[in-house]
Design a binder for this molecule. Structure first.
Ligand SMILES: Cc1ncc(COP(=O)(O)O)c(C=O)c1O
Length: 400
């Protein structure tokens, strides 16, 4: 029987305090509710084409049709999901390291699932490990790290005033790492700033990580949206060449446009094949406790794309189209005003405008332009025929 004190202390679900949710999720709700016809939603992180659609890629649609025609069972696949999918992804993500049998991978529910699972593995291996993380970063990184009770060590990655990476601060934070600490890195197309490390900076970061015995965890969610599939993975591959232990959280949700189908993979490298296979046993158990098995549909469709030469070629062509549109819109915005020139030198779907929260809210009220409170905006969030209006509004906001 419960004592009186236990009864008063017992809490019901109704006693929960309100949640402080990811402001980006709130923004999606606000943008959807705004019915003004001139609305421009550059808040949400999905690719939009020149007429403002987020289309299903041709190659994926063709694979889905084939899947519907040929899939003859929905029986369970197992905790690693579609193993052939993860195998076919290896050369795309890992390049020359695809043949390294000390690297194993498994399908996860998106990049988010891969990050959570990787950090869960770190927490199980070394609960004292700290996570060295640059700010600003994708707003779900910190909650995921917090969720597995690891301690974040933040450093300023980006200087909003000079619109450049604070590389000295980054290096000194990594230099300050203790053996076993994790260094979380964006593989390419940094979200939210669009400011990527150059080849020399990657080499320097890699050297210090290896020297200090740190564990690099590379989050690669936009491969192919920056400079090209191989170019965007070059930093990651350098890390794989230099470090014995590496984690990679990969997402297919953007570069195959299958956002809601939740497709990603976690790759684990250790110094020995048997140690990697033991670690895989652990992540399978951890995944079993969280989602048991990843959803099949999207990964199965991507497997069919990658198994078929013609579909793969078509996907690569569609990826180039997406990348070129991102670059073209960047060039157009950058050309509009010298103060926006930096946008032309950055990569991926996001850049950050030097706005205060008040300026962001005013743009929302006066022009129905929705961007994150931080000033992050999706460069391909609007159709081509809205770019001039967008630029005029943001230049107006800069002029005050
Ligand atoms: C940097 C970064 N990592 C990971 C993810 C997770 O992607 P997914 O939708 O595949 O979970 C995102 C998604 O926006 C992201 O921006």
């Amino acid at each position: 029987m419960l004592s009186d004190t236990q009864i008063t202390a017992a809490k019901g679900i109704a006693d929960l305090p309100p949640v402080e949710s990811d402001s980006l999720l709130q923004l999606i709700g606000l943008a959807n509710a705004d019915k003004r016809p001139e609305k421009i939603d550059v808040g949400v992180g999905v690719y939009r084409d020149s007429i403002g659609r987020t289309p299903i890629l041709r190659a994926v649609k063709a694979a889905e049709k084939r899947l519907w025609e040929t899939q003859d069972s929905k029986g369970y696949l197992g905790g690693a999901g579609d193993t052939r999918f993860a195998e076919l992804l290896r050369p795309i993500v890992l390049g020359e390291h695809a043949r390294d049998d000390r690297i194993a991978g498994l399908q996860t529910p998106g990049g988010c699932g891969a990050l959570r699972l990787g950090f869960q593995l770190v927490a199980a291996t070394n609960p004292q490990a700290r996570v060295i993380i640059g700010t600003p970063t994708w707003p779900n990184h910190q909650p995921i790290i917090h969720g597995v009770a690891l301690e974040p060590v933040e450093y300023p990655y980006y200087d909003r005033a000079s619109r450049s990476i604070r590389f000295d601060a980054m290096l000194s934070a990594i230099e300050g790492g203790r053996a076993g600490d994790v260094v979380l890195l964006h593989g390419c197309c940094h979200n939210p700033t669009g400011a990527d490390l150059d080849a020399g900076q990657w080499a320097e970061v890699t050297r210090v990580i290896a020297k200090r015995g740190l564990l690099p965890f590379v989050d690669i969610a936009y491969q192919g949206f920056g400079r090209g599939l191989d170019e965007d993975a070059a930093g990651l591959r350098g890390i794989l060449a230099a470090c014995d232990e590496v984690l990679v959280a990969q997402s297919c949700d953007k570069n195959f446009g299958v956002y809601r189908d939740r497709v990603g993979a976690l790759f684990i490298k250790t110094a020995r094949r048997d140690a990697t296979s033991n670690a895989m046993g652990h992540v399978l158990q951890l995944a079993r406790e969280m989602w048991s098995m990843p959803p099949d549909h999207g990964a199965a469709a991507i497997r069919l794309v990658l198994e078929d030469e013609a579909l793969t070629a078509d996907w690569r062509a569609e990826l180039i189209t997406m990348r070129e549109r991102i670059a073209e819109v960047r060039t157009r915005i950058a050309a509009a005003d010298p103060r926006l020139a930096f946008i032309g030198e950055q990569f991926g779907m996001f850049s950050m405008l030097p706005f205060t929260r008040e300026q962001v809210l005013k743009l929302r009220e006066d022009h129905a332009i929705y961007m994150a409170d931080s000033g992050r905006f999706n460069v391909v969030g609007m159709a081509d025929d809205r770019i001039d209006d967008f630029v005029a509004a943001i230049v107006g906001a800069i002029d005050g």
